[in-house]
Write a protein that binds this ligand. Structure first.
Ligand SMILES: NC(=O)c1ccc[n+]([C@@H]2O[C@H](COP(=O)([O-])OP(=O)(O)OC[C@H]3O[C@@H](n4cnc5c(N)ncnc54)[C@H](OP(=O)(O)O)[C@@H]3O)[C@@H](O)[C@H]2O)c1
Length: 332
């Protein structure tokens, strides 16, 4: 292999950023243990940020985004995998300061990889991607403080039509939670019920700062992908001894709060960082995603796109107009 196709972000002399699909010399692949032929990748909010040169995503240009990849081992210097083995890569520095999955090939350290569980095909794995791993981690965190039977637990999921939100709804419904989906898109409500929501609430008023110290308890626990005032409103409306997992910042990274929900209702605020988890924990989460968390409709829970369609979708994601998961087909 002399060259491979990749989507790359370029920074020009005026510090503006452009996206191109181009042939890249194989010699530019970084050193690493494992050369992988990528079959599928996906799009996450972080890729949208990276495409506009967000320095928190990458400082190396040209930059190949894609924080997830599913593919087949071409060669493995460690001898851990055999050529043809199916593997998954997610997080760490992949698609950040190291070239990522929106390319026909990648080369990565062994510690960034998990074998693809036999119950999952490569396409399904990338319908999940980082969004699925994040949702799985949220359920793991909630379970640690779970004090009611799951089928009696009302779980609020915000940013419901997004990648993390829609997967979390389908997984929660499978686990048996009563799922309250919060969405800013009226046209998405029907789809959210189809995914397994038992109730859908409009996001509008929840996004605005509210002076009340506490709100009427409306759910036992929550997965919040929005941050900002929405996060604090969600915390204020959580039942006594409930837990809220903060995993995103789609609305705002900052939020101001008082201690009232924590000291008057015993609410717990939990964080999730999916990228830097120990690799053996990620591999366990992939196994759960392949088995008890796997929604029956997983295969249809995405829009499948080509590399050429990616630039438009990254723009939609930045504008908050995206919906659900985007699967990127790299090779059949
Ligand atoms: N902690 C981690 O490890 C981790 C991992 C993955 C993702 N994340 C974060 O989780 C968040 C969601 O990721 P995602 O992949 O699901 O993103 P996504 O597909 O773009 O979905 C985000 C959803 O949030 C809502 N939203 C977007 N912009 C908004 C705004 N300005 N105000 C209010 N609501 C808005 C929309 O849902 P509705 O219209 O339905 O309300 C949108 O569909 C992101 O902030 C991402 O960075 C964190």
């Amino acid at each position: 292999m002399q060259e491979y196709r990749a989507l790359r972000i370029h920074r020009d002399a005026n510090d503006t950023f452009s996206v191109a699909i181009e042939s890249v010399a194989a010699a530019t692949l970084p050193d690493g243990d494992i050369l992988v032929r990528v079959h599928y990748s996906d799009l996450n909010y972080k890729d949208a940020l990276g495409a506009t040169g967000n320095p928190g995503v990458s400082r190396n240009f040209p930059h190949t985004p894609g924080i997830d990849a599913a593919g087949v081992v071409v060669e493995d210097a460690t001898g851990q995998y055999r050529p043809g083995d199916r593997i998954l890569i997610s997080g760490y520095d992949f698609g950040m300061n190291s070239p990522g999955g929106l390319a026909e090939y990648c080369r990565v350290p062994l510690q960034w990889t998990c074998p693809c569980p036999p119950q999952l095909d490569l396409r399904e794995a990338m319908i999940y991607g980082t969004a699925g791993l994040t949702a799985a981690m949220c359920f793991d965190k909630l379970a640690r403080l779970q004090h009611k039977a799951i089928n009696e637990t009302r779980l609020l999921i915000s940013g419901a039509s997004g990648g993390v939100g829609s997967l979390a709804i389908a997984m929660a419904a499978k686990l048996g939670y009563q799922v309250v989906a919060m969405s800013g898109k009226a046209h998405a409500h029907k789809r959210l019920y189809e995914l397994g929501a038992t109730e859908v609430v409009a996001a509008d008023e929840w996004l605005l700062a509210n002076k009340k110290a506490l709100l009427r308890p409306s759910w036992d626990c929550a997965i919040d992908t929005l941050g900002g005032d929405a996060l604090f409103n969600i915390i204020k409306a959580t039942e006594r001894e409930g837990s809220v997992v903060a995993c995103g910042l789609a609305a705002n990274a900052g939020f101001s709060a008082t201690v009232y929900p924590f000291i008057l209702r015993g609410v717990a605020l939990l964080g999730v960082d999916s990228a830097e988890q120990p690799n053996d924990y990620k591999c366990k989460l992939w196994l759960r995603l392949a088995t008890d968390l796997k929604p029956a409709a997983l295969k249809s829970m995405c829009e499948e796109v080509s590399l050429e369609q990616v630039p438009n979708i990254l723009e939609k994601m930045r504008a908050g107009d995206s919906q659900g998961r985007y699967l990127v087909r790299i090779a059949d």
